[in-house]
Design a protein around this ligand. Sequence first.
Ligand code: TRP
Length: 328
Amino acid sequence: MMKKRILTGDRPTGRLHLGHYVGSLKSRVELQDEYEEFILIADVQALTTHFEHPELIHDSIYQVAIDNLSVGLDPEKTTIIQQSMIPSIAELTMFYSMLVTVSQLSHNPTIKTEARNYGYKDMTYGFLGYPVSQSADITFCNAHLVPVGEDQIPHIEMTRKIVRKFNDLYHTEIVEPEYKLSSVGRLCGIDGNAKMGKSLGNAIYLSDSPEEIVKKVKSGVTDTNRISVKIPGNPDVCTIYKYHQAFNAEECPNITSMCKNAQIGCVACKKLLAEKLNSILDPIREKRAYYESHIDEVKEIVSEGTKKANAIGNENIAKIKEKMHVVM
Ligand code: TRP
């Protein structure tokens, strides 16, 4: 029986962090046996916000590929693709764009939040339209499932709507994809900010050294009412505890009781977390070191993956164009 296909992606605008790991990378590794998995490095989508820094995007493509490989994605099982090198995605984006209205896009909650965060007063046509391009990312290869964080749901819903309308109009058989939410919620920044991000300066990267981990965890915000070790703490308001929940679940009951009974101080609790994070990151560091010293191999993986995706995309788009009467 043919395996179902998964497609998910990252914008290459810098290295990936623990928020990406918890929200998506970990489940990618878990799903790579059950599904045929495609990981898209969305360099065109990255241009929608970083068009003034194309060199940053270019440098990040291989960093993001290494981030994915270092957490345990196996290039024998998983296909890594460079979005800009897939012409069928660009063509499909153009065709889909006829079926989506400007008001649908401007009401998309993720577009609204991102536009606010980037401080856009007026949006470029490319940025406003990136969900349409994302629909093409997902469907050029007929992916069945898209593992994503909550913020991406509006995009998947839009994709489903476009696909239904498109199939209806042109009698095509494009797969209507479903999403799979990551089981762990969004990881907050180490400073307690709801979002972890490079621009917020509160991110812990997969590529951070053991010393950087210790330093960043030390800077983490705990229960601010706990001014002395002797006072019982409240894990519910502690950022470090949220990280224990995400990375050290088996120790959480113990930590909760020690904190609430003033049997462990924040310094010791942070030390436990830093040790746990480093034990998770050590094998990832080892793989990263390998790929960083074999960068040609990484380039080959992305180029082979892109070739494979193009074979699928070119065949699909040819069929679609025929159905649309877009032929000579
Ligand atoms: N929008 C996604 C993000 O910001 C990245 C992305 C691009 C993506 N194309 C995709 C995710 C296709 C899932 C499927 O993280």
